[in-house]
Structures are given as C-alpha cells and as structure tokens.
Design a protein around this ligand. Structure first.
Ligand SMILES: Cc1cc2nc3c(=O)[nH]c(=O)nc-3n(C[C@H](O)[C@H](O)[C@H](O)COP(=O)(O)OP(=O)(O)OC[C@H]3O[C@@H](n4cnc5c(N)ncnc54)[C@H](O)[C@@H]3O)c2cc1C
Length: 343
C-alpha cells in the first residue's frame, strides 16, 4: 500500500485529445484535476494532423499532445506519466486509482473518474509499410491522400469489404487483400462487393517496396506478382482499453465500446467515458467534443454555487468567507495565467 495518496476532484485516465480536453474544461471551470497517462495512444501515432480546423497538417500528433499538456498545466491541472492499473469505489463514494503496488507508486482519490483510454488497432502480420507512409488507420483522416492513387484494403471481415467499396469514392484503383485468410464477410456483402470494381487478391504479401521518401511503392505477393500501391488501410478490428471500465462495472456495447449518455456518463454514477473508448467516429474533433461535454457536465455536478434552497435551509446562507468556490491552487494558477497575459 502506497503512502503517496493524492486527492483531486477529477481524475482523468488517458492523455489523448479526449482526456486532455476534459481536463482543460474541468480545470478552467475550477475543479482540481489530474490526468494520468501511460503515453502512446492513437493520437501519438499521427505523423500529420488532418481534420482539425485551425491546426495545420504539418503538426504531428506528438506535437499536438505536447502543446495540449502544456496548456492544461498552465491552468493548474496536474499531469502524471503513469499507467493506471486499477480503480475502485471507496467507502465514502469516491474513487481510488492505483498506478502500481510498490511503495513509490502514487495512488489517487477523486470524486469523478473520466476514462479516456482509447483502443489499440489490431495489426496484421508484416511486411507492412510505416504508419502514415502507406499504412493508414483512419479512413476519414487519410482517404483524401489517395484521390486517384492505387490503394489496398487488408482484411476479411465486413469492415474490410465496406472500406474497399468506400474507397471507390476517392480512386478507381482499389484492391482488397485477404492474405490467404478465410473470408468472413456475409453473402450479401459478397454480392455487393463483387458488383463493384474492387479486385480481391487472395495471395499473401511476401515483401514490400518503399521509395526514397519512405512511402510505400507496392507489395510483392507470394505468387511472384507485384502490385503498385500508394497506401492503404488494414481492417482487423479494435482492442478497447476497457479494463478499468470493467473493474468499475461500466456497461459495454456489443462492439466492445463503453456505453455512455450524451455527456459521456457511463452506467456507473460518477464515471464518465470519452473519445475512442466510446461509440462514434474516431476523430480528434469528436474526441475533443466528447471531452468538452463531459467536462462541463462534471462542472454542473461538482460546482459549489449556487446552493439549492434545500441546502440553504439545511446549512444556512452562503457567507462571504465561503466564496470563491475554487481551490487555492487553481486560484493562484489563474492569477499567474492572467498576469503572464498582461506582460
Ligand atoms: C495513425 C493514426 C492517424 C490518425 N490521424 C488522425 C487525423 O489526422 N485526424 C483525426 O481527427 N484523427 C486521427 N486519428 C484518430 C485519432 O487519433 C483518435 O480518434 C483520437 O486520438 C482519439 O483520442 P482519445 O483521447 O480517445 O484516444 P488516444 O489518442 O488513443 O489516447 C488514449 C490515451 O490513453 C492512455 N491509456 C490507456 N490506458 C491507460 C491506463 N490504464 N492508464 C493510463 N493511460 C492509459 C494511452 O496510453 C493513450 O495515451 C488517427 C489515428 C491513427 C491511429
């Protein structure tokens, strides 16, 4: 049992765009917040940023996240680089989050928990081109890169078949690579697919060729043929980082995502889930929007004022020495932030 127990109003697990946006809101809305992040994650894999208005394409995921971490810390949030191993409800209704079982591993107590732990993409076997240079994990982000280019889609399930057909909106050269695996899409999808100009290639990939710029140029197949590709999409499913949600008893949807309401509230009171861990489009603006919704909802629940009539009748009127309802730490941070802006 650790001696290092740190108390917050809000504990966010996961420091991707969803979790960092939640923390931005809860901190600026006066709630002591900690973000615990293992590092990595899907946003950190981005070589370029697409679809985020106001952010230019040359910004990498790592740069975007670094700026976001600095922002929340300026407002007074704490950022801890650590993996949260377990979470449980305490007798007083709060949540205890543990980062390990050793003496030096900090633990955290919080009134609200936000799970922003995302998912990992299932990777097919190599040979594969580098991510962002021929291997692409996000259709809505990267389909635009392949207008009039030869592309592949890899996989044998429903999503692979559908993404192959969807890519015909961008290019007339689409191959679906099953790599010798058994086809799993339905008969109806098969009928639909074969009525579209998508070539199904069953041979497995034997080797890959890259250009001097690091981009994929094509695959050599086991039968010795070579096909040119600029890039493509592996479609093998998502492994949701939902261990903490399961420990808390949060309901999950059939596809493995955590079930949430409009503000990201899960089936367990006091626990929220946002971003790629939940259903919906896996996009940074969506993750940020969900983070914002959850952050504002948590503020509605945790803010001190106004007191209700029932509270006033039970506890008396609010006296001047009870306000403002913000911690000393966040008050200081806000003053420093304002002073820095005045320079
Ligand atoms: C290669 C690639 C390129 C993409 N390009 C774009 C793009 O250009 N534009 C766009 O809008 N979207 C893009 N996306 C999608 C976008 O990255 C995701 O939708 C977005 O990152 C989701 O944010 P998130 O915060 O939910 O999850 P993530 O960004 O995956 O962050 C989750 C974080 O939680 C941490 N974590 C998990 N479990 C724990 C734990 N137990 N304890 C502590 N930390 C934990 C992880 O380490 C990770 O840091 C891309 C995705 C990929 C894979």
């Amino acid at each position: 049992m650790t001696d290092d127990l740190r108390e917050y109003e809000v504990a966010v697990v996961g420091g991707g765009p969803a979790g960092l946006t939640t923390a931005l809101y809860t901190t600026r809305l006066s709630h002591d917040t900690v973000v615990m992040n293992r590092g990595g994650g899907r946003a950190a894999m981005m070589t370029e940023t697409h679809n985020v208005i106001g952010v230019t394409e040359d910004v990498s995921g790592k740069e975007l996240l670094q700026t976001a971490r600095e922002q929340i810390q300026h407002y007074g949030a704490d950022y801890v680089r650590n993996f949260v191993e377990s979470v449980e409800r305490t007798e007083d209704g709060r949540f205890r989050l543990s980062t390990g079982s050793g003496d030096g591993d900090p633990a955290f107590l919080a009134e609200r928990v936000v799970l922003a732990t995302g998912f990992s993409d299932e990777r097919p076997d190599p040979p594969l081109p580098p991510t962002g240079r021929g291997l692409h994990w996000c259709l809505h982000c990267d389909a635009y890169l392949f207008v009039d280019e030869p592309v592949f889609v890899m996989g044998t399930g429903e999503s692979a078949a559908h993404v192959a057909m969807i890519m015909l909106n961008f290019t007339d050269e689409v191959d679906l690579l099953t790599r010798g695996d058994e086809i799993e899409w339905s008969d109806e999808t098969d009928r639909q697919l074969r009525a579209h100009p998508v070539e199904i290639v069953e041979e497995d990939v034997a080797a890959m060729e890259k250009g001097d710029d690091g981009w994929l140029e094509g695959f050599e197949f086991e039968d010795g043929t070579f096909r040119e590709y600029r890039g493509g999409f592996p479609m093998y499913g998502s492994d949701y980082n939902a261990e903490l949600a399961d420990q808390l008893g949060c309901e999950r949807n059939d596809d493995g995502t955590v079930a949430v309401g409009e503000a990201g509230e899960t089936s367990v009171t006091g626990v929220y889930a946002v971003g790629d861990l939940t259903a919906g489009h896996n996009q940074i603006p969506v993750a940020m929007g969900e983070g914002a919704n959850a952050g504002i909802d948590i503020h509605y629940e945790l803010r001190e004022f106004p007191k209700s009539v029932a509270e006033i009748e039970a506890e008396g009127e609010v006296s001047p020495d009870q306000v403002p309802g913000i911690s000393r730490k966040l008050r200081e941070a806000a003053r420093e932030f304002r002073a820095a802006g005045d320079d």
